[in-house]
Design a protein. Structure first.
Lengths: 197, 197
DNA sequence: GCCTTCATGTGAGCAGCGTAAAGTTTCCCC
DNA sequence: GGGGAAACTTTACGCTGCTCACATGAAGGC
């Protein structure tokens, strides 16, 4: 019966919601998505099998919250290298390197973040974080590359180009689809084509 | 008891393996991955729940075979536009358009093809088809873009660049991650930067 | 023609899963 | 200190992948 004076709002067992998310993330990154179950999360936290339902209406809701957490962390990965950098090209490169680093550090979470049938992609909280990430890429894709169209069209194409490239690279890299001998000391900057006219 | 003289090897019910794959694919594209089960496939074909085990040692094995089928079809999508085209740039563009078309026509299957924890990515049959697809992209990425390094390095970077771009574009497109207003009449060729020096 | 063999398919059954419903504990507010 | 809501437990249901014991039927040797 030792008094634990840590969390402000303790009802019965603590703030279960965050504990479940943490356990889910641990299980996801340790044993992969197919070995993740609500019951295991509940076990890991020490509550009954149905306790999670008080905080997540479904398993998909928990995975969606996990994915949202992932996007938030992806944002900090990108910001880390950007903050304190003034040069425009250096900022763009830092964002790209941060993006790839996140995917490599958390491959299972990254895969979840793009799995349409496990995550409800219309969740507003999720969309908020997705848009925040995209905004960083969008900011740093200006004046990059030569594309046709009016200013608006060009900006959209620059953004789609950079996001496609960095996302495809990250996923193919974590899925081991690139030949090993091509990857020695390689980074995404090496496949960023020289676009200066 | 009509005599069906079609398949060479008929034992009890027909060639169940292919029938199961067809049913699995139908279920996958109709109801999504999370609603696909071996039992439903078996039901759809009209056999008992454990019959699939004679042809696939596990569910992952069936999904892997399905993914391999997907890569084979991706290859034909890419080849369709290439065959009969002589110009080098036109061939490359046709391969890219075919790639994206496949992902749009079969989004659930395309997602499965890159889902590391549902498919055993070391399966030799799967790898054969993956490599066949990559080979087409590799052939058509020559003399594209300006990259640093010796000839071998440049070739590897051209290939990684094109594959990253087309895969990222396909997945972000099917995941609806691009802004709708940017996508009106857009194609992947519009975000292929002008790389001529 | 019979009999063995073995691939193929069936049926019963198990542990684990997500989730629903009802009951129980704890806390807070009045 | 009593009422009520929030947090959690218990029980239960249908579905899942998978194992095991057994039935079936085609193939091939004698």
């Amino acid at each position: 019966m030792k008094a634990e004076s840590k969390e402000p709002t303790r009802y019965h067992h603590g703030n279960l919601r965050q504990a479940l998310l943490a356990a889910a993330r641990r299980l996801l990154e340790a044993e992969g998505h197919s070995n993740l179950s609500l019951r295991k999360c509940a076990d890991a936290v020490g509550v009954s099998a149905t306790a999670p339902q008080n905080h997540f209406p479904s398993k998909a809701a928990l995975l969606t919250a996990l994915a949202a957490e992932g996007y938030a962390e992806l944002e900090t990965y990108m910001r880390k290298g950007i903050d304190g950098t003034a040069d425009r090209n250096a900022r763009r490169n830092a964002a790209l390197l941060g993006y790839v680093a996140f995917a490599q550090d958390h491959p299972a979470l990254y895969e979840l973040m793009f799995a349409r049938d496990r995550v409800s992609s219309s969740d507003p909280e999720l969309l908020r974080h997705v848009r925040a990430c995209f905004a960083i890429l969008a900011e740093n894709s200006k004046d990059f590359g030569r594309f046709d169209g009016d200013a608006e069209k060009v900006a959209a194409r620059q953004q789609m180009f950079l996001w496609s490239l960095v996302h495809g690279y990250s996923q193919l890299l974590t899925a081991n689809r690139f030949k090993k001998e091509s990857m020695l000391g390689e980074s995404i900057l090496d496949i960023l084509p020289d676009l200066r006219s």
